[in-house]
Design a protein around this ligand. Sequence first.
Ligand SMILES: *Cc1c(COP(=O)(O)O)cnc(C)c1O
Length: 397
Amino acid sequence: MSEDFTYLDWAATTPLRPEVLASMIEAAPLFANPSSVHTSGREVRELVDAARATVASAIGADPKEIIFTSGASESCNLAIKGLVFEHLRHPKLDGKPHIVTSAFEHHAVLEPIEWLEKLGFIEATIVRPDDQGIVHPEAIAEALQPNTILVSVMWVNNEIGTIQPLAEIAAVIAQANQGREVPILFHTDATQGIPYLEGTVADLRADMLSLSGHKLGGPKGIGVLYRAKQARIQPLIHGGSHERGFRAGTENFLSIVGLAKAMEITLADRPAEFARLTELRRRFEETVLREIPGSDINGHPTLRSPHISNLFFADIEAEAILTALDLSGIAASSGSACTSEELGPSHVLMSICDDQHRADGSLRFSFGWTTTDEQLDKALEVLRIYVPKLRAIAGRV
Ligand SMILES: *Cc1c(COP(=O)(O)O)cnc(C)c1O
């Protein structure tokens, strides 16, 4: 990567924080198995325990409620499938377990639900967000059934950045749970929320919460599922009794150390970064809207995490702008990194606007701790030049 490379794709992944790398290098000579009872094993065990305590306190949980996984994809799978397996042929459940989720969840939530439904294990109701990208608590309330066991709604959408009213959704669930023999649990994919927004599991009122290391400056391949003590789930990986029996396999020690360090720094910087990115994005979006005709913001005007700006340019293929940006050393994205290799419009944008022209002409800029106004000025310059140019080529001016 060259010096003047401008990375505006932080929602896809983040660089490793230098302090994280340092913490991992420092721990790297330790190799003993944390399950071993000898001194070197116990030394590693202590570091894993300390990391677990750090992560737990960062989200207001008890260390016993933290399950280390390979990332948010696994965490979401464990929350969903683990709860479904706990409820299969449940004597007190009338019919198959039923799950409610939203149409613009990450594939890590949508795919396991779709798979379980196809296998005939569950029923599912997919709730549509409104055209500003907000999932309404009333829509969730309407979707609940007597056999509902889980509601899964993400905190911050990874393509448009909209913030979901989780506490209000949890209140709807709490209301429905009164007098229920089998309670409905609430899971949130908080992968894009934790790095930028303030909130504990108590604030969010979540029974289960998924997060990922590489979205907050930690290593890839490490994540967390928070599981409240009362939430009973089955493991997906059977074997040893690691992670209190919820996930077998020798702990990913170095990545766990790195994740805890990344969490620590994220928490310390989060309020100031929120303010800084809010201002940075405000200036960026105001400039785009003022200087580029036929441009618009996707998602709610204010209920959005400041690290994401999803912009629509009428009569343009987003892929063409992305190529122009890339040639200028700027990395942005159309939709999520996980779906950009798929053909077809973003399921997130289609769920809020149902307009393929808008989905095809939209791109995501996402920001993090090294993003500066100067970098965004560079992106603005490319947009100023190429948006009219590309429209002219397409014969649309
Ligand atoms: C990145 C992301 C995931 C997947 O996380 P991995 O750790 O890469 O598995 C899940 N949900 C959201 C919202 C994400 O942004």
